[in-house]
Design a protein around this ligand. Structure first.
Ligand SMILES: [Zn+2]
Length: 278
């Protein structure tokens, strides 16, 4: 049971920045140069063996992350757009909006527009994934600008090029490891701007991957495809803490709801990761 205390941000001024590193394996983070992810882990709680769902594909994994359920509940098992079974069922973006929070999404794969209902987003930014360094830096800068100026309740950012390089050169190839390091630099832009704007005492930064990969693909149930990093820093979060209990990708929506004091949804199959709190 979590109790409010004087250092807990109020619902109105706390926020969550949810960053998904598409296709990023935890052992890739360990091998790459990642000073910014290292900073999050040193100043937060992390699990480097969290689990995603089957099929370990981008769209179904994101649906589980955002809707708090396993794939059979939303009926999407592939990377295709379809009518998600949304009766009495809201994504975490929808829920934050319904509770009066400002909501933003920035992404480089256009299908992510399906992660919220029409009229929910206060801000959306799309730019096609491109391994050219400029594109990821541009989206990170846009994200940092938006957070600093608009101070959203929930801001989702997907960075897709680690996955792109995995498909092209292979998971855990030198190019893949370098791309993790490069995306870490993009993350640093956001963290530094939030630090400079004094936002880190009221914002949570939650970073995870949707799935891993093996050779040049993903979708199966190997450990390489199913293991994902899941890490968080922010007020009330333990520092330098390794989460010991199981973390599933669909625990993300309930945990964000807890951080933003949004109502728990009965349909959720995920749980709040309470172990992260001091
Ligand atoms: Zn992929």
């Amino acid at each position: 049971m979590l109790l409010m205390n004087q250092t807990t941000p109020t619902q109105e001024d706390s926020g969550v920045v949810l960053i998904v590193l598409d296709g990023c394996r935890p052992d890739g983070i360990i091998r790459a140069q990642t000073p910014n992810l290292d900073w999050i882990m040193a100043n937060g709680a992390c699990h480097l063996k969290a689990r995603t769902i089957l099929p370990s594909l981008t769209f179904p994994c994101h649906l589980s992350m955002f809707y708090g359920v396993k794939p059979h509940r939303n009926g999407i098992f592939g990377n295709y757009s379809a009518h998600i079974k949304t009766t009495c069922h809201h994504s975490i973006l929808d829920l934050a909006h319904m509770c009066g929070r400002k909501v933003a999404a920035l992404y480089d794969w256009e299908q992510f527009r399906e992660l919220s209902a029409p009229t929910v987003l206060d801000f959306a930014y799309y730019r096609r994934a491109n391994i050219d360094k400029g594109a990821s830096i541009a989206i990170a800068r846009e994200c940092a600008n938006y957070i600093e100026i608009e101070k959203p309740g929930l801001c989702f950012l997907n960075l897709g090029t680690i996955d792109t390089v995995g498909h092209d050169q292979g998971w855990m190839s030198d190019a893949y490891i370098s791309q993790i390091g490069f995306i870490d630099e993009a993350l640093g832009i956001i963290i530094e701007r939030m630090k400079a704007a004094d936002l880190l005492d009221r914002y949570y930064i939650l970073v995870l991957a949707d799935h891993g990969g093996i050779e040049k693909n993903h979708g199966g149930d190997t450990d390489e495809e199913m293991s994902i990093p899941w890490m968080i820093t922010g007020p009330r979060i333990k520092c330098g803490y390794e989460i010991t209990k199981e973390v599933m990708v669909y625990d993300t929506a309930p945990t964000i709801a807890n951080l933003l004091q949004l109502p728990f949804q009965g349909i959720w199959q995920g749980k709040v990761i309470t172990e992260i709190f001091e």
